[in-house]
Write a protein of this length. Sequence first.
Length: 435
Amino acid sequence: MAVRSTYEIHRTNIEAMLLSVLDQSPISEGSTGAQALHNTLDLARLTDELGYHRYWVAEHHGGPMLAGPSPEVLIGPIAAATEGIRVGSGGVMLPHYSPLKVAESFTILAALFPGRIDLAQLTDALGYHRYWVAEHHGGPMLASASPEALIGPIAASTTGIRVGSGGVMLPHYSPFKVAETFTILSALYPGRIDLGLGRAAGTDPLTTFALQRDRRQASPDDFPQQLAELLGYLEQTLPDDHPFARLASALPGRPELPLVWLLGSSPQSAIWAGQLGLPYAFADFINPGGAEIAANYRQRFEPARQLTAPYTAVAVWVLCAPSDEEAQYLASSSRMTMTLLRRGQLIPVPPPEQATEFLRREGAGNGRPGESVGGRRGIIGSPETVRAGLEEVRAQYGADEVIAVTITHDHAARKRSYELLAEAMALDPRAVAAA
């Protein structure tokens, strides 16, 4: 009978042990929070290769030593940069959050990995300028409840396209938390992160209440104060006697910062954007009567920050297919969802064959070029039809940029729509690294 050496026995015991990492993203003297965050990605890659079992990131706020206040934001980029190691939070400090928000963020992360973010990669390769993700809660149709959790994985899987929120619904958050989160993303993907901010809830009143951390009373309607505080953190312009002034210098991603946008679909947002000197994105797909509002923004614009002239984007509902008839057929899915939405019924996006039958029973057809989708403007048709429609909308708004919003039942049809749109608008393809 062979006798094993003490070394062999010891090695067998070691091999049976699962070894994991808790990373607090330390900031070395003479370095920056941005560098500490890149060090976290570098260490995660190494430990993945070495065979570690888990990689957890901690949550700490407001100090100069640790750069990890937002596990839900770091987990996505880490998972995108690694292959087999489990990635998680060590931990999420639950008293800072609503339970619903934590559940939304972590189910998004769980769904993404393993997985692909192919629409973002496609639009990056096609030469699109920005890729924004929206914030909606509590419904069966839209899965984008946490822009801050999605942006990192999207930026990690693309090379040149700007990535951002369209938008973060600021009333659900503390301004400090948003500033922490988006400086982390800006540090990891410098020069590519947009922070689009909105005032709407993005959901119904009950879900809005569920998203509140403190439910003893309804949250105040204090968006202007929230926005001013957020800009104060990012720009380090809080008054010296402000109780949170010191926190501005402790944002973990400094010196990198996001580009802040104000989003809107009503006159008030244009007034704020103009007064604050911010770029402005108007949601024409919600309110098609925004040309005068955009003009008011330009008239009220006061140069500030890095923006010396007004800059307007218009977000438009677009669906492009090889023919007008096919595009209208695909758009029937959205016509059905909008019809039911007006009746208070929320459903997942239906297949077009089901939607056309529904619309037939309702006495409505598949639509004609230029016809609205549920009372909202839709630019729907062949590449030639869509190009003409977008040029008309851009001229109405005097817009510098057009943002295409496309929803279909079949993901391949959605991707094809963006491909045809890129061809119609003669975008220059972007050279991207091979996957």
